[in-house]
Design a binder for this molecule. Structure first.
Ligand SMILES: *[C@@H]1O[C@H](CO)[C@@H](O)[C@H](O)[C@H]1NC(C)=O
Ligand SMILES: *[C@@H]1O[C@H](CO)[C@@H](O)[C@H](O)[C@H]1NC(C)=O
Ligand SMILES: *[C@@H]1O[C@H](CO)[C@@H](O)[C@H](O)[C@H]1NC(C)=O
Ligand SMILES: *[C@@H]1O[C@H](CO)[C@@H](O)[C@H](O)[C@H]1NC(C)=O
Ligand SMILES: *[C@@H]1O[C@H](CO)[C@@H](O)[C@H](O)[C@H]1NC(C)=O
Length: 487
């Protein structure tokens, strides 16, 4: 159809609408009068601008516009609709919203612009719209957002920007959204979230960041001040490392989704503040070890899954007492059942109300870890375990004390076995190496060790120290048998 004919048909049609406004409702629309004003729904086809301002009732309260090919929202489209409260323009193919399009819609509360073709959001778009509660720009092609655009929206509760082409977020972009409850920025091209981007979102409940396949870091304190948050969804990014304090001060109930990332390492203080967390999903990552004290002090944790990682080693005290935990899955990992699996095995036996899924020895035809009978003691000094224990002692908190207490039984059981083996070992070595020189060497080494433990031992840390001793078979029997004052 040539352009002239199209224009002719369109203008005839506009005339048709104009002449039809006698009843206050354009032909293409249906209008329902409500106590709040008119609820209007319009279905347009093949048009280049909306003839709305020509015909819509001026008390329109709610407006839905459906059109397959509307390129632009003009300044005047809603300019006489002072009471417009709900505007739905989803699935319209809109590329551009004119700067002043919403300027006269001071009562606008809900704006749905999802599934259009918008490329940018200019800063002045919402200068008069402080009543907005719900704003949806999902599934457009937005790559540029001017920093002031949401600056007035202090009542906004939901903001959806997911499925766009956003590559960076100015840290001031959300700074005035103190009432926001849901923020969706998933499925974009975000590479990095700057410090303080979320710091004023003090009422946020749901934070959806997943599917940003260029985001590889989670920096410390990034979620601080989000005391109300209950969902943080970070799945399907490319996060490699979770720094210490990444979840600083998130003490409320939380579902934390971290599956399908590239996490190789979780700092053992990364989850430290998650005292209210209920579900953690770490499936499909690249973890090789679970560090000491990673999953401790989580009294509400119910489900923890770490499936399909590459875990071969779980450090001593990686899991603390988790009283509410009913499901742990470590399915499809490569756990090695040498002496170092012992503490994880004891933990499994302790957690009587937890279903532990997939805790099998990868190199022994899938034998269940809890069924292994003789896990040998480690003969070599495991310095790695010692250093992490010492770290946790020096950062002395009330939490550490709780951990120490809850691990009492585990430690006690292991140190009993250790004592026995140690007495035998030292008797044999005494008979084998009677020379005074060797005796002195051993003696020196032991007294060095006891001075280290003496420094570390502060009040209630005895069980940890006891465990530490049990890991050093050359000396522990001597030290552990001595009365406390002598150490
Ligand atoms: C709405 O339109 C009616 C006529 O249709 C007019 O009398 C009235 O003043 C208008 N109200 C406003 C607020 O513009
Ligand atoms: C807009 O809403 C107010 C308050 O509900 C009402 O008084 C006013 O008449 C409405 N305006 C129009 C044009 O309907
Ligand atoms: C936030 O609100 C303040 C005060 O109204 C204003 O000065 C500031 O520019 C706003 N911030 C942004 C990013 O628009
Ligand atoms: C946390 O939010 C409060 C507002 O409730 C604000 O005053 C404070 O500065 C924020 N904290 C930080 C560390 O910015
Ligand atoms: C952490 O949370 C506690 C309790 O909600 C609060 O008292 C403290 O100020 C917060 N710390 C920081 C640095 O925001």
């Amino acid at each position: 159809m040539n352009l002239y004919v199209r224009k002719l048909i369109l203008s005839l049609w506009v005339v048709a609408i104009t002449t039809d406004i006698s009843n206050g409702c354009p032909e293409q629309c249906s209008c329902y009068s409500t106590t709040n004003g008119n609820d209007v729904s319009c279905e347009f086809q093949d048009l280049h601008s909306i003839p709305l301002n020509l015909g819509l009732p001026n008390d329109t309260y709610k407006l839905s516009v459906h059109s397959s090919s509307l390129p632009k929202i003009e300044d005047t489209d809603f300019s006489n609709l002072g009471n417009l409260t709900v505007l739905r323009m989803e699935y319209n193919g809109i590329f551009v919203i004119s700067d002043n399009a919403f300027r006269y819609s001071r009562n606008l509360q809900i704006l749905r612009m999802e599934d259009n073709k918008l490329l940018y959001l200019q800063g002045k778009l919402f200068v008069n719209n402080e009543h907005l509660i719900y704003l949806d720009f999902k599934s457009n092609a937005i790559s540029t957002i001017e920093v002031e655009v949401f600056g007035r929206l202090v009542n906004l509760e939901t903001l959806r920007l997911n499925n766009n082409k956003i590559s960076s977020l100015d840290k001031r972009l959300f700074s005035n959204l103190t009432n926001l409850k849901t923020l969706s920025i998933s499925n974009n091209l975000i590479t990095n979230i700057e410090d303080n981007t979320f710091i004023n979102l003090i009422n946020i409940e749901s934070l959806n960041i997943f599917d940003n396949r260029k985001m590889n870091r989670l920096t410390a304190f990034i979620f601080q001040n989000l005391t109300e948050v209950t969902v943080i969804d970070l799945k399907q990014c490319v996060i490699e490392t979770i720094e210490a304090n990444a979840f600083f001060n998130i003490t409320g109930p939380l579902v934390l989704s971290l599956q399908n990332n590239k996490i190789r390492e979780i700092h053992n203080k990364a989850f430290r503040d998650l005292t209210g967390v209920e579900i953690i999903n770490l499936d499909d990552n690249f973890l090789q070890t679970v560090k000491s004290e990673t999953f401790v002090n989580m009294p509400k944790l119910k489900v923890l899954t770490i499936r399909r990682n590459r875990i071969f080693h779980i450090e001593v005290n990686a899991f603390g007492e988790l009283p509410e935990l009913f499901f742990l899955s470590v399915l499809s990992n490569t756990l090695i059942c040498d002496c170092r699996i012992r503490s994880f095995r004891l933990w499994i036996l302790q957690q009587t109300s937890t279903i532990v899924d997939g805790a099998i020895c990868s190199e022994q035809n899938g034998q269940l870890i809890k069924d292994i009978l003789n896990v040998e003691e480690c003969k070599e000094t495991t310095t790695e375990i010692e250093s992490s224990t010492i770290t946790s002692e020096s950062a002395e908190t009330t939490q550490t004390i709780v951990i120490t207490k809850t691990n009492n039984n585990v430690n006690q059981a292991s140190s009993n076995i250790s004592n026995l083996l140690g007495i035998i070992a030292c008797t044999v070595s005494a008979m084998a190496f009677i020379t005074i020189i060797i005796y002195i060497v051993i003696k020196t080494r032991c007294s060095n060790r006891s001075s280290v433990h003496k420094q570390n031992k502060t009040g209630k840390q005895e069980e940890i120290v006891g465990y530490d001793l049990a890991e050093t078979p050359n000396c522990y029997s001597n030290e552990y048998d001595l009365p406390q004052e002598a150490i």
